[in-house]
Each structure stands twice: as C-alpha cells, then as structure tokens.
Ligand binder design. Structure first.
Ligand code: HEM
Length: 448
C-alpha cells in the first residue's frame, strides 16, 4: 500500500463527497480542487460518491483518461449516474458495444444530417422568442433556455411534439439530473430518491414512444431517418435480430436527453450573462450577427452557410466553455492496477478528472481569469488534452456539432431581437452544472 497516492480516504462511503458538493454549491469547487493539488500534488486519493477514488489532473492525466481503452480504464459511472441513466447507455458501454451504439447516435449527429436541421432549429428558436420573450419586460434566462434546448432535442431528435408530454418530460429530467451527482442514499426525501422516481416516470413515457414508433414502422408511415428512436429501431442485425435492444434505446434516450439539453442551455445562459457584463464583446457579436441578419427577410430561417460566418460568436462560446465549463469533470474505473507517476491506482477504484485545472493553467492559457476569445483564433495551437469542455478521444462528445448549431442559432435571434440588462446579482453555484443562483433574470427591450 505504500505506493498509493497521498491523501486520506476519509469516512467510509461518504469520504469527501459532502465537502466537494458543498464547495460546488458555494461556487468554490475549482478552489477546492486547486487546494487539493497544492496539498497533495496532481495525483491524490479520496472517497467520492461511495467509492475509493484517485483524482488526477494536468495534460498527461487527461491524456491517460481520454485515450486508455476499456481494458485499462472502463467508463463505468458512479452508482448514482448508473442507476439513473441505466447500465446500457453509451457511457457504460465499451469496446464493440460502445462502437455499435455510438455509431447509431452519430449517424444522426454528424454534420451531413445536421445541415438539414438548421432551418428547423431556427423555427423552434423563433417560436420560442415569440412565445416567451416577445411582449415581456423581464424574463428568467436559465429556465427558458432549458425549455428551448429541451424542445429542440424533443422535436429534432425524438419527434415528440409540443404539449403536455414534453412539459412532463422537462420536469422529470430536471429532477433526474439533480440526482446524478448526489450521494446514492435511496431514502424518502433524498435528492437521489426523487431522481429515481422521476426516472421511472420518464422511462414509462419513453417506452410508450418506442411502441408508437414501432407501429409507425410496421405501418410504413415512419421514415427511418425521421428521428433517433426510429433510426435505432430500424438498425436490424441480420444474424442476431435487433442490433440495438429496447433497453439500449431507452437508456440512450435518457442519456441524450440529459446530455443534450442541460449542457447547451448553460452555455447559452452564460453567454447572455457575459454580454451584459462585457459591452465590447457584446458589440462585436452584435455586429457579426447584424451583418447576417441584413441579408435576410424578417422571419427567414438561418442556413448552414450563415453559421459558417459566425466565427467570432463561436470563439466567444469556446471561451465561455473554457471559463465556465458545464461539465465539471467525470469518472472512469480502473479495470486493473495502473501505475501512474510512480503511484498505484488500484483495480476497481474510480479515477476522477476535472476540466478546470488545465482550463485555468496560465502556462496553457495566459491570464486565465481574463475573458479573451482571441485565444481561439488558432485552435490548433492549443496543446492537446488541455481544452476539454467536450472531453477528448474515443468518447469525445458526439453532440459537439449539434450544440454548436443550437448555440449559434439561439444567439443570433437573441442579440438581433433584444437587448437586456441583468436584474439581480448574477452569482452562480454548481448543482453540478453551473447555474446562476436566481436563474438569471434580465430586463429586456425589443430592438427596433
Ligand atoms: C455545450 C454543450 C455540451 C457539452 C459541454 C458537452 C460535454 C460533454 C463531455 C465533457 C462529454 C465526455 C464525458 C467523458 O468523457 O466522460 C460528453 C459526452 C457525451 N455527450 Fe455531450 N456535451 C454537450 C452537448 C451535447 C449534446 C447536444 C448532445 C446530444 C445531442 C450530447 C451527447 C453526449 C453523449 C451521448 C456523450 C457520451 C459519449 C460517449 O461516451 O461515447 N452532448 N459531452
């Protein structure tokens, strides 16, 4: 045991979870991590969410996490995440299973099909502004952006139309997500318990959806590329029957709905907050978007080509992701004993990685606490495995392009149609995604 990394495992089961969660709530989680590194260095042991864990950070650590295959580090998630998203979602799968299911998802999320979504996304965003922004004096940005990104996912990826069903799903997913970084204590009134109950309800609805899509396929009224569920149902394997089982479809719908709306709504919310605080950046974004708007009739949708002209706006988004990464970090599990930096990471232990340490490293990003989108003018110059808001390697976020389109389309209509001022303090905390404590209320004025 003398080779174990420094640090204490703390009280069994609980360990340092409460302390980290408390730091997240106080918006000091980055400091919490930094202090750990000052005390123990870039590798240390602790207990998180019920399991012995080794925390590692820095470029080399990130490379180990993102490039080790399933024989060294499995991607098995914490108990809380696995119970909520299911054991057959992409995060839990490895090797050929991971490849098979990931390909099915990517066939829907790569640029070719996405080009076709730009118009539909524009329509969703315009409708959202007409319904929730137009005629209002004050709006709360975060809940509205969650509604918007959830609606986009529901309509574009799952073919769930507007109405009661969508509204139910939005609420259940919110409750589910809150349990993902909770201590797995299934007792009445715990966050984890509430999350599991919401999960059961969502699963019933998703099963209903699957059987509807199945009957559409049988009656030949469904086009196999019309939505993600239909597409996964249509992937038959000639030898073994279904290529993607019903359980896999359910678990991956849970994953994509979770991974696909919370993250991007937070990115957009932090951009809105930023524009209120940084007039010069706001002005440059507005200029770029107005140049595009000038070439359009009112109500005309954006196109793929228009998105290509939003270079500055996207650099602002990347810099926002660097400073306020929605994903704080994540977990892997050691499949065998691993030696790293002279220490042992024992088989079965969790490995914990974080985004903030390289994002805030002044050797990688000089003056890291300054907001400077010009860092991304030459993205190739950023050392690999240092800018990791979307992860890296074989599990890099497959929703990257989708998130990019959604963010750019939304920012376009927001800045060209409204101006805004912050109404309340704009502090935020992590739950575990960063959220403005009051939901970011803003006073809005329509532009001419
Ligand atoms: C700003 C928006 C987003 C951010 C910051 C983000 C971040 C991430 C990160 C960090 C990972 C890798 C986690 C790891 O390696 O442990 C990931 C994976 C994933 N993301 Fe995203 N994501 C975003 C949007 C989306 C969207 C829009 C979708 C779907 C439409 C999506 C679907 C997924 C899926 C399915 C995975 C698992 C991939 C795998 O394990 O192979 N994400 N995301």
């Amino acid at each position: 045991t003398e080779n174990l990394p420094p640090g204490s495992l703390g009280i069994p089961f609980f360990g340092q979870s409460l302390s980290l969660l408390q730091a997240m709530r106080a918006n000091t989680a980055e400091k919490w991590i930094e202090q750990r590194v000052q005390k123990y260095g870039t590798i240390s042991k602790l207990t998180l969410f019920g399991k012995s864990t080794v925390f590692i950070c820095g470029q080399a650590a990130n490379k180990l996490v993102f490039t080790s295959d399933g024989n060294i580090l499995s991607n098995q998630q914490t108990q809380s995440i696995r119970m909520i998203l299911g054991d057959r979602n992409l995060l839990e799968l490895s090797g050929p299973d991971h490849k098979r299911v990931r390909e099915a998802l990517i066939s829907f999320l790569k640029p070719e099909p996405l080009k076709l979504y730009v118009g539909k996304m524009s329509e969703e965003v315009m409708l959202h502004m007409d319904t929730h922004w137009k005629g209002k004096e004050e709006v709360k940005v975060l809940p509205l952006m969650k509604t918007l990104t959830f609606n986009i996912i529901c309509s574009l990826l799952f073919g769930v139309e507007r109405g009661i069903r969508r509204e139910k799903l939005v609420n259940w997913f919110q409750e589910m997500i809150e349990g993902m970084w909770a201590i797995p204590m299934n007792m009445p009134f715990t966050t984890y318990n509430r999350s599991l109950r919401a999960n059961k309800r969502a699963q019933i609805l998703i099963k209903e959806l699957i059987s509807e899509k199945k009957s559409e396929i049988e009656q030949n009224t469904g086009d196999s590329y019309q939505d993600l569920i239909t597409s996964m149902l249509s992937k038959h394997d000639k030898q073994n029957g279904e290529a993607i089982s019903e359980k896999e479809i359910i678990h991956n719908v849970l994953l994509v709905m979770t991974a696909g709306h919370d993250t991007s709504s937070i990115l957009i919310t932090f951009m809105v907050r930023l524009f209120a605080n940084e007039p010069s950046i706001y002005k440059a974004v507005l200029q770029e978007q107005e140049d595009i708007a000038k070439s359009k009739q009112s109500g005309e949708s954006l196109t793929w080509d228009d998105l290509g002209k939003m270079k500055y706006t996207w650099r602002v988004a990347l810099e926002t992701l660097r400073m306020y990464p929605p994903v704080f970090g994540g977990f892997r599990t050691a499949v065998k004993d691993i030696e790293y930096n002279g220490y042992l990471i024992p088989k079965g232990w969790q490995v914990f990685w974080v985004t903030s340490m390289t994002h805030n490293d002044d050797k990688v990003f000089p003056e890291p606490f300054k907001f400077d989108p010009s860092r991304f003018e030459n993205q190739a110059a950023i050392p690999p495995y240092c800018f990791i808001p979307f992860g890296a390697g074989s599990r890099i976020c497959p929703g990257y392009e989708f998130a990019k389109i959604e963010t750019l389309v939304t920012m376009h209509y927001l800045v060209t149609r409204f101006t805004w001022e912050l109404c309340a303090d704009n502090n935020f905390c992590r739950v575990p995604m960063p959220v403005p404590t009051k939901g970011l209320p803003v006073k809005i004025t329509p532009r001419k």
